[in-house]
Ligand binder design. Structure first.
Ligand SMILES: [Zn+2]
Length: 114
């Protein structure tokens, strides 16, 4: 069920969709096949931070108005719906446009030996 993602180093389908969603440019995970340290492209990922920042501002500006005009239950529903939508959009963006990058190759240690 979980779509597999190719490791940029060994080109094996070793990562799940969730592995990638849980990644952050500052955080790297090891490929179970080749042991290379894999992370996200920081430049492409910057847009995610901008999107979250923008969403916080927009929801922060409009939530009190919705809260006042439509009541508490609608305000909570709109917040949940808003954050769910933002989460889905960020997930799709990361999956589609942010490539996995190699932080450190497992072969580096082999090269330094020679
Ligand atoms: Zn690999």
């Amino acid at each position: 069920m979980v779509p597999k993602i190719e490791c940029p180093d060994c080109e094996q389908l070793t990562f799940s969709w969730w592995n990638k969603q849980m990644l952050w440019p500052a955080r790297a995970i090891s490929c179970p096949n080749c042991g290379a340290r894999i992370s996200l492209d920081a430049k492409r990922h910057r847009l995610v931070s901008v999107a979250i920042f923008g969403a916080v501002i927009i929801l922060g500006l409009f939530s009190p108005q919705i809260w006042d005009n439509y009541g508490r239950s609608v305000g909570i529903l709109v917040s949940i719906a808003g954050w769910t939508l933002i989460g889905i959009l960020i997930g799709l963006y990361v999956h589609r446009y942010v490539p996995l990058v190699i932080r450190s190759k497992s072969s580096v240690s082999r090269e330094t030996l020679t």
